[in-house]
Design a protein around this ligand. Sequence first.
Ligand code: S3P
Length: 163
Amino acid sequence: MNIILIGFMGSGKSSTARFISRNYSFRFVDSDRIIEKKLKMSVREIFENFGENFFRSIERNIISSNLSFCSDCVIATGGGLPCHFNNIELLKKIGWVFYLKLSFKDIVNRVKNKKNRPLLDDIETARSLFDKRTSCYENAHFIIDASRNTEEIARDIIFKISS
Ligand code: S3P
């Protein structure tokens, strides 16, 4: 059984997945890291050299070529991955999908000093992306309050899959 974390950039998907992997018996998987390893480039370099559409096609591809073979994994997904094509429906077949929900204000506070996310370069664009994606994220199996600390979020997720 797999746990899949979705949500906007900076909502804590990777740190929560790492925590779950360290404290419970799940293997850590991160869709962005798989892509970077495959292309031997950072996400920013992929966007700059090949554009967003190319990145989305790689994301789509790794769902079937990597994520669908996961077993007992906790998977952190890139913020846009579930919202392109019908990816969220594919994810829901691979495992329990959790939306780590956080307000836009909290997100901006968390990511303001990090420069590794091309889609956060312009705050107005990021805001409209956030609004557009909310209804997609809400199709997750579970919606989790991500304003709490990592341990509380992880415990909530484990509780939900065990009950
Ligand atoms: C993106 C989120 C990023 C990364 C890429 C695009 C998005 O992942 O996949 O920069 O479209 O929201 P994180 O959510 O892990 O930052």
